[in-house]
Design a protein around this ligand. Structure first.
Ligand SMILES: [Fe+2]
Ligand SMILES: [Fe+2]
Length: 167
């Protein structure tokens, strides 16, 4: 695990917690562009921290429920659901539209470019994760799980961020 030599981020700690999760997540996590997400602020930490947290918790839930058929797609889709490279507080997606509505499409385009072709489950995890803000709901168990876990993790991160700002 070469990344362990550097100062550990929240993502680094979480990804090493379960060897099976690490095996599934490693090809995306260690890629050069995914590592760039460690430097982009999101909620209380970085996009990488957030994406790994969503992937890890979705993985744990699916694993506990015995739903193993698409675990790799679940982990990859969750890791890539916010695969965009801008600070949403100060910049907009490429198409100039509002971040909340447009970033799933930008994440999908970026993910296709770096990791494509994606499976339908992976595409659904990324493109539908902002439902109900975006109107089309996810249709697979894995993408529904990513959609739900993303909201819980984001809420927990926002609460943590509020505590940090309050000192
Ligand atoms: Fe998102
Ligand atoms: Fe997210």
């Amino acid at each position: 695990m070469p990344f362990l030599k550097k100062r550990q981020s929240k993502a680094d700690r979480l990804i090493a917690r379960n060897p099976f999760f690490y095996k599934l997540a490693e090809p995306v996590f260690l890629s050069r562009n995914f590592q760039r997400l460690k430097d982009i602020v999101h909620h209380d930490a970085s996009i990488a921290d957030h994406a790994v947290s969503v992937a890890y918790h979705a993985f744990i839930i699916a694993h506990a429920l015995g739903l193993h058929a698409h675990l790799k797609e679940l982990v990859r889709g969750a890791l890539l659901h916010d695969y965009f490279f801008y600070d949403w507080r100060t910049a907009r997606p490429r198409n100039g539209k509002l971040h909340g509505f447009a970033h799933p499409q930008e994440a999908l385009e970026n993910a296709r470019e770096d990791f494509g072709p994606l499976t339908p489950v992976e595409e659904d995890c990324i493109s539908r994760h902002m439902f109900p803000l975006t109107p089309i709901p996810p249709i697979y168990f894995e993408s529904i799980l990513v959609c739900l876990v993303d909201k819980v993790v984001a809420l927990a991160e926002l609460v943590a961020a509020t505590r940090i700002h309050q000192g």
